[in-house]
Design a binder for this molecule. Structure first.
Ligand code: CO
Length: 684
């Protein structure tokens, strides 16, 4: 392979003027989207991308993925950042390299199919703000869900990259569903849709190196459209898979800067650049420039995010992926979900149940949102089913899937489950077979009306339509109607330094050392923290002398009905949960400096008092966020009527009335976070 490369290289500087390769492999960088999404729960802030933006623009990447996927959700929900603004800001620094985003087809950047007007407006706004390449995928590989967005992408004159989600039902490519023909046929479908490039999206890191070779070679023989490979490292195979894909002629490879690479992220760019030097697929990249970027990331950026890294395991690979063919993100969701329900010991039952649920649901690929749909339903089955009844608590999303609202599944859904799921389903009991977008009513006009008086900006309206509850909260902050809580603020290097100092003191046994002077009286706003250091535990009280008064925790209201605390104070107090006994963190994952934000459910709001001890309470079967109440105080309900919609792990669960009667009290409101067993309402 290296015959053409005759120049003798003695030092790294000699590589600067090496001859250009015949067929350089193109590289897309994912650091600023999938990189921090995979490793740091998508918490990367725009201000931390700017220090490396111009340097990265100089590398010669084919594209930089900077947006989409979970960024849109996380930014407005946890970072108090306007997702649209990030695009405009980054575009000021990254002028040469095309921007790429991950678009979930008709799911846009959310978790369900949205109406055509939403999908179109989203693409147009993204293009207007600087998006160039729209990497589009559908969780079911049902390309009818591309139709609306592809028309919009083409109308905007942008690059349509069609994805095929790589999925398996057995350890290697093949079998009844996900065999070579499946992928080649999907590629032909994308060719018909005039895809500008085709991406094989291996979100779980399932692709074995020799399967990659076979697949890429066959794809290159089938189509002239450039082939792009996206393979997560999770299982540990991706670096080998990349190399075999390069040998098979893949056109574009996805990588991250080394500090954002590996684990559930992607292989790093630097070893690939070095491996290919002198070959006919040499990237031509300047390895020294890449190293300079890493210095900035390591020194100025990553210390702020290190606490989010899952360091509960020593191993950086997850062989569960090889055993269960499930994406890493889905695995961590399952673990979190079980942990929140104090049922982590049932993980093996979940693994055993998962293939059955997936088969019942039509052997769908496991990728957002189907991985959450299958995962959550599996957990519900393990926790709530009994000998008498299967699928006792079916999520709203499984019902939608059974109705055909996500599209066509790889094989038909179990008819027994479909029938049960659609019993009393609001859209009808007969599933649809048309393109899902056709049955969805336009949504933007309704959102516009709901936002009257707050904003008329289309970007805001789209954001709110995608995320009504958290989107509304964000817009209230954005327009100064509410003060954002401190928990949404950025972690600074100063904060990191302080936390490190406390850690160092604690490790040296000096944390509990008495001050030499007279101790001042504890202030009224003293906050107490539990600090865990390996097996040791310290209770630390923090009082800010002369500082801003800190709202610690408002007492739960003694009066009946809704919590008296304003939403602001709740949001402010809840994540700190300082003076109330909080659930002990699992010993495996101590986070001494700052608690890592949970991926889906914010800390629970305080429990309101129950007003009527005589009634029958409807309790939360799991922690989550209240989406809505279907009833008001005074309404009469029949046993089994849906009363509350509770969002848990991004899935909506409709909770039925346990008895017939009248609603005596409603204890929460839309947007409130609740713990397991909280009394949501009382029926008497
Ligand atoms: Co990915």
């Amino acid at each position: 392979m290296s015959d053409h490369f005759k120049v003798k290289m003695q030092s790294i500087d000699d590589y600067d003027n090496r001859p250009k390769a015949e067929n350089p492999v193109k590289i897309q960088d994912l650091t600023l989207r999938d990189g921090h999404q995979s490793l740091f729960a998508t918490r990367g802030r725009t201000e931390d991308m700017i220090p490396v933006a111009e340097m990265m623009d100089e590398i010669g990447f084919w594209g930089m993925e900077v947006w989409g996927g979970a960024t849109f959700d996380t930014m407005h929900r946890f970072l108090n950042e306007d997702p649209w603004q990030r695009l405009r800001t980054l575009k000021r620094y990254i002028k040469k390299t095309p921007f790429s985003m991950l678009l979930r087809g008709q799911n846009v950047v959310g978790y369900r199919n949205y109406a055509d007007d939403v999908a179109r407006a989203f693409v147009e706004k993204a293009a207007e703000n600087g998006m160039d390449i729209f990497r589009t995928f559908d969780a079911l590989n049902d390309f009818r869900n591309f139709e609306t967005v592809v028309a919009a992408i083409k109308d905007c004159g942008k690059h349509f990259q069609g994805c095929i989600c790589y999925s398996l039902t057995e350890p290697r490519m093949g079998g009844e569903v996900y065999n070579l023909d499946y992928y080649l046929n999907k590629a032909k479908d994308l060719e018909k849709m005039q895809a500008d490039s085709i991406c094989i999206k291996d979100m779980a890191g399932l692709m074995a190196p020799y399967d990659a070779f076979e697949l890429i070679k066959a794809l290159k023989e089938t189509t002239d459209i450039p082939i792009h490979l996206h393979s997560h490292f999770t299982s540990g195979m991706a670096s080998m898979t990349h190399l075999k894909a390069v040998e098979a002629g893949v056109d574009i490879i996805d990588t991250c800067m080394s500090s954002y690479a590996y684990r559930t992220s992607h292989p790093a760019v630097e070893p690939l650049v070095m491996s290919l030097i002198g070959t006919n697929r040499d990237t031509g990249f300047d390895i020294k420039k890449l190293a300079e970027i890493n210095v900035v990331l390591e020194k100025d950026v990553l210390p702020k995010y290190k606490h989010l890294l899952d360091d509960s395991k020593v191993s950086i690979i997850d062989i569960n992926v090889l055993l269960h063919q499930t994406p890493g993100g889905m695995l961590s969701n399952l673990v979190n979900q079980l942990r929140e329900m104090d049922a982590l010991d049932r993980i093996d039952e979940v693994f055993a149940e998962l293939p059955r649920v997936r088969r019942d649901l039509g052997q769908i690929p496991l990728v957002t949102p189907t991985s959450q749909i299958v995962g959550t339903q599996t957990v519900n089955n393990v926790l709530f089913d009994d000998e008498d009844e299967d699928y006792k608590m079916i999520t709203a999303q499984v019902k939608d899937l059974c109705y055909g609202l996500y599209g066509k599944t790889a094989v038909p859904i179990s008819s027994k489950l479909q029938k049960k799921a659609l019993k009393g389903y609001e859209r009808g009991t007969k599933p649809i077979t048309c393109r899902p977008g056709e049955v969805l009513e336009p949504e933007l006009e309704k959102s516009k009306n709901e936002l009257k008086g707050l904003t008329t900006d289309l970007e805001d309206i789209v954001l709110y339509t995608l995320y009504p509850v958290t989107g509304k909260k964000f817009l209230m902050y954005k327009y100064g109607k509410e003060t954002p809580p401190d928990s949404l603020k950025a972690r600074t290097l100063e904060d990191v330094k302080k936390a490190d100092e406390i850690m160092a003191k604690a490790k040296a046994g000096k944390l509990v050392e008495k001050s030499s002077g007279q101790a001042p009286a504890k202030g009224e706003h003293t906050r107490t923290f539990n600090v865990f250091i390996e097996d040791e535990y310290f209770e630390v009280s923090v009082d800010e002398p002369g500082g801003q008064p800190v709202i610690t925790y408002a007492q739960p209201p003694v009066a009946p009905a809704a919590p008296a605390m304003p939403p602001q104070a709740q949001a402010f107090a809840a994540p700190r949960a300082a003076t109330v006994p909080a659930p002990q963190p699992a010993p495996a994952a101590p986070t001494p400096s700052a608690p890592a934000p949970k991926p889906s459910t914010p800390a629970p709001a305080p429990k309101p008092a129950v007003s009527d001890a005589d009634g029958t309470p409807l309790t939360a079967p799991m922690p989550g966020m209240i989406v809505s109440y279907a009833k008001e105080v005074g309404d009469s309900v029949e046993k089994g009527d849906p009363v509350v919609v509770l969002e848990a792990m991004k899935m909506e669960n409709s909770l039925p009335a346990p008895v017939s009667g009248t609603i005596k009290s409603i204890n929460f409101k839309s947007g409130d976070s609740v713990s397991k067993n909280d009394v949501l309402c009382v029926i008497g």
